[in-house]
Design a binder for this molecule. Structure first.
Ligand SMILES: C[S@@+](CC[C@H](N)C(=O)[O-])C[C@H]1O[C@@H](n2cnc3c(N)ncnc32)[C@H](O)[C@@H]1O
Length: 270
């Protein structure tokens, strides 16, 4: 049975813009003089995702907002009807373009009293976890003023960051502890979608996405996909006298799944 796409109305999503769409992934160019017949149309509709034939390929990189990314990733990796725990729901921006009825969404956040390191779910009951903790520390000054600094969420809250780690190590500790807890609540082959961004910390380049992939593989996750999101607004302005590293204007969505047996491969959801 054909299922609806997880995408909301195109108007809300906006124009999709891939920065890495390879020529072979593009639909065949249509000649103006030869209108498409049924044969040509059926050739073009060759991708089946979540039960729906579509030409709408999901690409690995977009110039877009976060709210346009989650529908694409869910569409590719999570079957409609799944139970999805967004454990750092925040303002729910990620969900703005996901049709509400498609998933059983469990939305929690530290601000609503649920710590992602101590989730109120039994072992192995969740199909997908979405995780977007604060992903950089604040060095002071204006460099990260428009982003989501780690300290803002832990200042004046009761739980604290529960670690003696500081700065980038504290950011990583939360990713690791949240990953462990997600692993516990996910069913075998359950999917974990993680948002992160690299950072330069104390003049040292930290490829956070690589560190997370390494740590999660140790936990028993398989790193299955990586999406690059390039900001569609201007990155913050630095007052640095001399620029040392490239100013980051991209972030990542990583997709993991909970390995059920050593040599298992990922298959698209039914
Ligand atoms: C970058 S924001 C998430 C934004 C969210 N994805 C959205 O679409 O609005 C980070 C969130 O992580 C939450 N947070 C920080 N530490 C947490 C913890 N230990 N457990 C659960 N949530 C936490 C913050 O309260 C904040 O809402």
């Amino acid at each position: 049975m054909a299922r609806p796409s997880t995408h909301a109305a195109p108007k809300a999503v906006g124009r999709r813009q891939s920065i890495l769409d390879s020529p072979q992934d593009r639909p065949a160019a249509r000649s103006d003089s030869a209108p498409a017949g049924p044969a040509q149309e059926s050739r073009q509709k060759r991708v089946v995702r979540n039960g729906t034939a579509t030409n709408d390929l999901v690409f690995s990189a977009y110039v877009d907002g976060n709210e346009a990314m989650l529908p694409r990733i869910l569409d590719l990796y999570v079957a409609p009807g799944s139970t999805v725990a967004d454990v750092t729901y925040g303002k729910g921006v990620f969900w703005r373009n996901v049709q509400g009825e498609l998933y059983n969404l469990l939305a929690t956040d530290l601000q609503t009293g649920v710590d992602c390191r101590e989730l109120p779910y039994d072992d192995g009951v969740i199909d997908c976890v979405v995780f977007d903790p604060p992903y950089m520390h604040t060095p002071g000054g204006t460099a990260h003023a428009t982003q989501q600094p780690f300290e803002r969420y832990y200042r004046n809250n009761d739980t604290g960051n529960r670690t003696k780690a500081k700065y980038h190590e504290a950011v990583l500790a939360l990713y690791e502890d949240g990953g462990k807890e997600a692993y516990r609540v996910l069913r075998p082959r359950g999917v974990m979608i993680v948002k992160c961004q690299d950072e330069v910390c104390s003049n040292r380049q930290r490829f956070t996405h690589v560190e997370i992939i390494e740590a999660y593989q140790e936990l028993g996750f398989v790193a299955e996909d990586l999406f690059v999101v390039v900001r569609n607004n201007r990155p913050g302005v630095s007052r640095a006298v001399r620029q040392v590293h490239a100013r980051k204007n991209h972030s990542y969505f990583l997709v993991f799944w909970k390995r059920d047996r050593p040599s298992a491969l990922w298959t698209a959801p039914e």
